[in-house]
Design a protein around this ligand. Structure first.
Ligand SMILES: NC(=O)c1ccc[n+]([C@@H]2O[C@H](COP(=O)([O-])OP(=O)(O)OC[C@H]3O[C@@H](n4cnc5c(N)ncnc54)[C@H](OP(=O)(O)O)[C@@H]3O)[C@@H](O)[C@H]2O)c1
Length: 264
């Protein structure tokens, strides 16, 4: 599997799935452009890699009105972009009835609107060169709903609707769309999740520690990109996500009964 001569943008590259996927692309010969807010963390994390093979672009993706200029600057400096991995995201823990509406706004802004805005910015470039691949990290929470995740699930479901629609529009330009829906993966997603008041949750006690390693997730993600898959679920074989997906589809009454009871 080689990505030599490919230029790939990875957002959320300073941690977890984004960092592991960026490293895997690097090991397969790609030039990788790393996007996240924490520049120092990316410098530390990628310091041992060939400096000619990657570039760090610190950026806050919630600055929606600056995304177009940011993407244009990257293209001007780096040349054609082959693949974008929209990966940056933030989760939540809290019932909707107790949550401040600002939590919903913050999550939709990063998890949905920044992805759509980034896609809009890169799309004209990909249409012009009549090729490209847009890969987006959604979640199993974008396929089935669960307690404590109304905002997160809204954003991730919306990504599935957006990209399933866009896929049909851009196929004629030789642009591929891949959706990655992970179950539990060992990252800082739990720690960084927003509480009902919009503070950072700060702990990793929601089962992520028992999930797939970020490296194993990255391996499956890169394989899905290589095979230009439309949608893949990335999860450990014993992840409860699988059961949830099957029950939601074939036994919805049972799924919704269990969803009231299972800790999420
Ligand atoms: N881990 C899981 O179990 C799981 C399951 C399903 C889906 N996912 C999805 O996987 C993706 C990656 O999450 P992760 O699990 O790797 O979590 P993570 O370890 O918390 O990483 C999140 C990444 O997003 C970046 N980010 C956050 N806010 C940003 C902003 N405003 N601008 C730019 N970058 C920002 C962070 O970098 P900075 O802080 O440096 O900006 C970090 O690199 C997310 O979309 C998440 O929804 C994860």
């Amino acid at each position: 599997m080689s990505f030599a001569n490919k230029t790939i943008i990875v957002t959320g590259a300073s941690s977890g799935i984004g960092a592991a996927t960026a490293k895997r692309f690097l090991s397969l010969g790609a030039k990788v452009l790393l996007v996240a807010r924490n520049k120092e963390k990316m410098e530390e994390m990628f310091g041992s890699y060939n400096a000619n093979q990657y570039r760090i672009y610190p950026f806050d993706l919630t600055a929606l009105d600056q995304i177009n200029t940011f993407v244009s600057d990257i293209i001007r400096e780096e040349g054609p972009i082959d693949i974008v991995f929209n990966n940056a995201g933030i989760s939540q823990f809290g019932y909707f009835e107790d949550s401040d509406l600002s939590v919903l706004n913050k999550i939709m802004k990063l998890d949905y609107f920044s992805v759509v805005t980034f896609t809009k910015a890169i799309l004209s470039h990909m249409i012009e060169k009549q090729s490209g691949h847009i890969v987006t990290n959604t979640s199993v929470a974008g396929l089935i709903g669960s307690r404590n995740r109304t905002a997160y699930s809204s954003a991730k479901f919306a990504l599935h609707g957006f990209f399933d629609s866009l896929r049909s529009e851009v196929a004629k330009h030789n642009i591929h769309i891949t959706l990655i829906a992970p179950g539990l993966v060992q990252t800082n997603i739990g720690k960084n999740a927003l509480t009902k008041s919009g503070h950072t949750y700060g702990k990793n006690d929601r089962g992520h520690a028992n999930g797939l390693s970020a490296e194993a997730a990255a391996k499956q993600i890169v394989s899905a990109v290589k095979r230009k898959k439309r949608e893949v679920i990335v999860a450990k074989w014993n992840d409860i996500a699988w059961l949830g997906i099957v029950l939601r589809k074939y036994f919805p009454w049972l799924y919704f009964e269990l969803a009231k009871r299972i800790k999420a």
